[in-house]
Design a protein around this ligand. Structure first.
Ligand SMILES: Nc1ncnc2c1ncn2[C@@H]1O[C@H](COP(=O)(O)OP(=O)(O)OP(=O)(O)O)[C@@H](O)[C@H]1O
Ligand SMILES: [Mg+2]
Length: 330
């Protein structure tokens, strides 16, 4: 069968990334131009600045991706940009570029849901992984347990009722003075801490999550006691949120009878979460976790998800718009 090459384009937040992907699984190039240094001084992503920097970067990053993959536009079978969810101005840069490119080189445009992309990062790391499986999606904007029925068929079994888990990590980090992006910094401090501080765990009857309570508890604790041991606080926070995740994941496994679980999204780079998920293997559950560099935003995962959408015949037309609050399965 002829190889299919997708050009993944990602610009939903503060990474401008372009990747060349072969048959949905093989990364020929994955260039990631991160704006972290630019937004660091503001303590978070400034949308307008993100859009401007995507504009500056997108052509250069595309050229680098093609060069590294040693291909030309002629070799591409589909142009597959993220069209949501994300920051609207940021999304529009990658999407508009992709639309122009698709028209100019006369290759199909396939819009990709960013969350599907995070899930697809697993297909790159594990060449044997096939649906159906459960996926614990933990990122800066989303926290949900997804039943991946097929490559393009999803059912959300449970989701956060308030903050995303990554948002909670970032807020905790900001309040205790660690800076942006907070997740990796909390993770690092937690390594040397002890889980000595009791924090509230929210119980819901179904598979939904809630992280605003624990986030507020950490903020209040720190305000009342600015000298609190940060390492212990980070460790206690990390262990408590992991316990919340694991509880729901075990419940989802029980309810569905599906014994394969994948992790996805930026927070799945967390050391403690990865360790606890690995422990599930001892109970006969098959666990998949994307390579660390594929957990946070990158275009390789978008090109992988775009490949399966392309095979599914989901060709977009040039009227495709950015959808900032796009849901999985829409
Ligand atoms: N080691 C880590 N431990 C905990 N959190 C982490 C770690 N590394 C990254 N994160 C968190 O992951 C998030 C970024 O992940 P990602 O790029 O998937 O989110 P996003 O693209 O902003 O949101 P979404 O994918 O929902 O649109 C940030 O909240 C960051 O703090
Ligand atoms: Mg993301």
């Amino acid at each position: 069968m002829k190889d299919i090459i997708t050009l993944g384009i990602e610009s939903s937040c503060d990474e401008t990334s372009v990747a060349v992907i072969k048959n949905g699984r093989e990364v020929l190039s994955n260039i990631i131009d991160t704006q972290i240094k630019i937004h660091e001084k503001f303590g978070g992503v400034v949308p307008e600045i993100a859009s401007r920097n995507h504009i500056e970067a997108i052509s250069r990053v595309t050229k680098m991706a093609l060069e590294e993959a040693k291909i030309t536009f002629d070799n591409i079978d589909a142009v597959t940009p993220t069209y949501g969810p994300g920051l609207v101005g940021a999304l529009l840069v990658g999407l508009s570029y992709a639309k122009g490119l698709s028209y100019a080189i006369n290759k199909p445009l396939v819009g990709v849901n960013h969350i599907e992309g995070h899930i697809a990062a697993n297909y790159i790391t594990y060449k044997d992984l096939k649906p159906p499986f459960l996926c614990m999606m933990t990122s800066g904007g989303n926290t949900q347990i997804v039943y991946v029925k097929d490559y393009c068929k999803f059912e959300v079994l449970g989701k956060t009722r308030d903050d995303a888990i990554g948002e909670a990590f970032d807020k905790v980090a900001r309040v205790i003075g660690l800076g942006y992006p907070g997740g990796p910094k909390v993770d690092k401090l937690a390594l040397n801490g002890k889980p000595t501080i009791e924090l509230p765990k929210v119980h819901t009857d179904n598979l939904d999550f809630s992280f605003s309570g624990i986030k507020t508890a950490v903020i209040n604790l720190h305000h009342k006691n600015p000298d609190i041991n940060k390492e212990d606080l980070c460790r206690s926070f990390e262990e408590t949120v992991t316990e919340m995740l694991m509880g729901k994941v075990k419940k989802a496994i029980e309810q569905t009878g599906i014994k394969t679980i994948a992790l996805a999204g930026g927070v799945s780079a967390n050391c403690f979460i990865r360790k606890e998920f690995s422990e599930l293997e001892k109970t006969g559950i098959k666990v998949y976790m994307p390579d660390l560099k594929l957990c946070t935003d990158n275009a390789a995962m978008i090109g992988a998800a775009g490949y399966y959408r392309f095979l599914n015949g989901d060709i977009s037309d040039l009227s495709l718009n950015a959808v900032p609050n796009l849901k999985l399965g829409e």
